[in-house]
Design a protein. Structure first.
Ligand SMILES: Nc1ncnc2c1ncn2[C@@H]1O[C@H](COP(=O)(O)OP(=O)(O)O)[C@@H](O)[C@H]1O
Ligand SMILES: [Mg+2]
Length: 375
């Protein structure tokens, strides 16, 4: 499936990057990322989840073309340093297109360096690197081996670590300082650290005592401008021989708080119905989306305490809340003591069910928020 050419029938992409033509704006962010790379600066790229970081990195990679060897590593599943190394090793293998045949010749050095063996993934048929079990001592050396291999490759290398905040749960001591010094010693490799949890990224990169402190250029990805997104949306419908009124595009954007993924998803659904400006269809489509997700939302209820659930629901009903401890809010929604609300709030922020956006609390997931408000 990976190599299958993507045939795009719906211009509202809901996963990954499919080319500049399907990408709204981000030109200045793209330019900043390029400029940073060309001048040897590492970058921290952060935003809310589903705002567009990962696809922006893909956009950057595609627009750098042959200028660099661009390697993308998603650290989401990584729970220890060994995982990071393995994910990187596999990304390198895939990037250079090593096959089991060419692998030993081409990067025997890498294989030796990481003390690993190559096997074929039984499901995908692609080569995959595996480390020996219990290889605890060589952890840092493995990573160093891969980096030094890349240091010697002829071209400039750009490595993007996505979901970089995962390193905070690594059990190894001094992970941050170890990585920091490894990365800083690279001459030929530049890095982009992406992260969705603002708090976590700030903990890594802004904590004055932390080793990553001020070691990178920061780039915060906000919402796409409402006006630009509006013309992107109306333009795509027009190009497909359909029509969405400006007011309706505004409805989509406002309902979705201009949060990229949700806007894309709503538009994708409208487009697939060959939307032509019917208000009824607009509202029905939104309702369909919310109801489809209902089983997931109902399940959240089982995962939250009663106070947490009431609080999420109250925030959703309000849309956004500045003072969740204010008597008026507490009474209106029959919430309990301020201390229990405080605890619930902390836990919901931690779980990323609520978010704090410039002092205002919101339900993080836009569709969940709308569902809570309505049902
Ligand atoms: N500028 C954009 N224009 C159109 N769609 C976008 C844009 N940025 C992101 N998307 C889409 O929005 C969704 C979320 O983007 P993603 O890059 O996965 O976010 P993040 O990595 O911040 O969680 C994806 O479906 C992606 O295709
Ligand atoms: Mg992402």
């Amino acid at each position: 499936m990976h190599n299958a050419k993507r045939i795009i029938m719906n211009p509202f992409i809901v996963s990954g990057f499919a080319g500049a033509g399907y990408f709204c704006n981000r030109k200045s962010e793209l330019a900043k990322l390029k400029e940073a790379f060309r001048n040897g600066r590492n970058v921290t790229l952060y935003s809310l989840r589903r705002m567009g970081k990962s696809s922006l990195v893909k956009y950057l990679f595609s627009s750098l073309g042959k200028e660099a060897d661009c390697i993308y590593v998603d650290l989401f599943p990584a729970a220890a340093l060994q995982d990071l190394t393995l994910l990187l090793a596999n990304a390198v293998t895939r990037h250079f297109g090593f096959t089991v045949k060419t692998f030993p010749k081409k990067i025997a050095a890498l294989l030796r360096a990481v003390n690993a063996s190559l096997s074929v993934d039984p499901y995908t048929g692609k080569p995959e690197i595996k480390f020996g079990i219990g290889d605890a001592r060589g952890k840092q050396e493995n990573l160093e081996g891969i980096l030094s291999y890349l240091e010697k490759s002829g071209k400039k290398v750009l490595i993007a670590f996505d979901e970089f905040q995962s390193i905070l749960r690594f059990p190894e001591k001094n992970t941050e300082s170890m990585l920091r010094s490894l990365f800083q010693n690279c001459r030929n490799i530049n890095f982009i650290f992406c992260g969705s949890s603002r708090g976590m990224m700030e903990a890594i990169f802004n904590d004055a005592a932390g080793p990553f402190y001020r070691s990178t250029q920061h780039l915060y990805l906000g919402e796409i401008s409402r006006e630009d997104y509006k013309s992107f949306i109306t333009g795509k419908f027009r190009a497909g021989g359909m029509k969405i009124e400006e007011k309706q595009a505004e409805f989509v954007l406002d309902t979705c708080r201009c949060h990229t993924y949700y806007v894309q998803y709503f538009c994708n659904r409208l487009y697939s119905k060959r939307f032509r400006g019917n208000d009824r269809m607009l509202y029905d489509t939104l309702e369909e989306i919310l109801l489809e997700n209902q089983p997931v939302y109902n399940n959240y209820r089982n995962l939250l305490t009663d106070t947490q659930w009431r609080l999420v629901k109250a925030v959703a009903k309000e849309g956004s809340v500045e003072k969740p401890l204010a008597a008026e809010f507490v009474n209106r929604y029959g919430l309990k003591s301020p201390s229990s609300i405080q605890r619930a709030l902390a836990s919901l922020l931690e779980k990323e069910i609520l978010l704090n956006n410039n002092g205002k609390y919101l339900v993080y997931d836009v569709f969940f928020s709308l569902w809570l408000k309505k049902y």
